[in-house]
Design a protein around this ligand. Structure first.
Ligand code: FAD
Length: 386
């Protein structure tokens, strides 16, 4: 049996980048994942029609943090890519985030100009605001516009996506897609917006390509874990430290009950046509069942593909018995309290570090997950005197 300095559960960006940093510092690391592939939710593959698709939904890396961009560029080449998205409301496809084009799409010219003037007066100097702020502003015409979008998009989308009504959900989640006060039709505002020139799978292969890293796939970690005398023990290795990036309720055998997550079911389709929709990602808030359709070839304009593959996303409750995947933590007052109990328990275990989108129970983007992972590895190396 081999002995390791660190056992890392989860081969997404969090686990894989920590594994690499510790391996570079001379530690022997085993990284384990229950899936049959590396990359966590960023995994991509070429489908049976020869088109590169993202298995768990479209992933664009976006950040303002240069350290993160430098880090990912060490392991792969990346192309600039600025994703554009739309939403279909009353049969009309309008940009998402909603912008001044949306006002032009749904208002007569004179009314549209009046609304834009009011927005510029009320939110002078602001390029975006969360829809909830527009809903509660003093100007009735702006309020009406925000109400139209809230009723026909935000609340319907939220109800489908989260399985609960919009007023039960944490405002930070609804605020993720703001209202824009210009004609900018890019989805993200960050300075750096990139996707791998080759693939996420190739990026992860390069990140994990180190003689000190040992990879074990198709392995459910919790089955190998025991707790004794305030320590976590993986496969009998008492001295190793464990870095765990999975869900905390699973790690502690649901001691305080289940943490709620939302899942997604992806329906994959192919059509022998040049283009399925105008934009890479289009949301359909008013359609029953699914939230959005992602047409992957539009993410790779340099590649030429015959036909088009697209994924239709159906939000589902996450159920352990159904063996679906926990994608989004459902952040409510109750779930945050329950999570805090698990976090306290995790913190009491001397040789355990929990981080990542699942273990931190946070709606991290890739850059936030990577930033957290780099902080964790910096702290470990500092503690070890490296
Ligand atoms: C549909 C969708 C679209 C997204 N789009 C974007 C985007 O465009 N831009 C962006 O920045 N972010 C996006 N994200 C977020 C992004 O996926 C995450 O920020 C990132 O993948 C988090 O990485 P992670 O390593 O923390 O977690 P994950 O990628 O979830 O990796 C965790 C890994 O741990 C494994 N694991 C868990 N428990 C166990 C266990 N007990 N035993 C063994 N293995 C275990 C899992 O199998 C998984 O592979 C998107 C997410 C989703 C769901």
């Amino acid at each position: 049996m081999m002995y390791f300095d660190y056992l890392i559960v989860g081969c997404g960006i969090t686990g894989a980048s920590i594994a690499r940093n510790l391996a570079d510092a001379g530690y022997k690391v085993e990284i384990i994942d229950r899936r049959d592939h590396i990359g966590g939710n960023m995994y991509d593959y070429v489908d049976e029609h020869g088109i590169l698709v993202h298995k768990y939904g479209p992933h664009c890396f976006h950040t303002n943090n240069e350290r993160l961009i430098d880090y990912i560029r060490r392991y792969a080449d990346w192309d600039d890519f600025r994703i554009t998205c739309g939403a279909v409301i009353n049969g009309k496809c309008t940009p998402s985030p909603f912008n001044y084009q949306t006002i032009d799409d749904f208002y007569q010219k004179a009314e549209a100009e009046d609304l834009k003037r009011r927005i510029e007066r009320t939110f002078s100097g602001k390029k975006t605001v969360p829809v909830l702020e527009a809903l509660s502003c003093d100007d009735e015409v702006i309020q009406k516009y925000a109400r139209f979008l809230f009723d026909n998009d935000y609340s319907l989308y939220t109800a489908k996506q989260w399985g609960i009504s919009a007023n039960e959900i944490d405002p930070s989640v609804i605020g993720r897609v703001p209202l824009r006060f210009d004609y900018n039709n890019e989805y993200f505002d960050d300075e750096f917006q990139v996707i791998p020139s080759d693939s996420y799978a190739a990026f992860f292969n390069s990140l994990l390509d180190h003689p000190n890293i040992f990879l074990r796939l198709k392995t459910e970690a919790v089955r190998h874990i025991a707790f004794e005398d305030g320590r976590i023990i993986y496969d009998g290795m008492r001295d190793a430290s464990v870095i765990y990036t999975g869900a905390l309720d699973e790690l502690f055998d649901l001691k305080y009950g289940e943490l709620p997550y939302r899942s997604l079911e992806f329906q994959w389709k192919y059509e022998n046509t040049e283009s399925k929709q105008d934009m890479t990602l289009v949301a359909y808030p008013q359609e029953p069942g699914y939230t959005r359709i992602v047409e992957y070839k539009k993410m790779f304009p340099k590649r030429s593909y015959k036909g088009t593959s697209y994924g239709i996303e159906y939000p589902k409750p996450y159920k352990k018995e159904a063996k679906n995947e926990p994608y989004y933590p459902v952040l409510t007052e109750d779930s945050k309290k329950k999570y805090d109990k698990y976090r306290k328990l995790a913190n009491s275990i001397e040789n355990l570090i929990c981080c990542g989108r699942l273990a931190d129970f946070k709606y991290y983007n890739m850059d936030q997950a990577l930033e957290r992972a780099l902080c964790v590895s910096d702290a470990i190396l500092k503690k070890e005197g490296k």
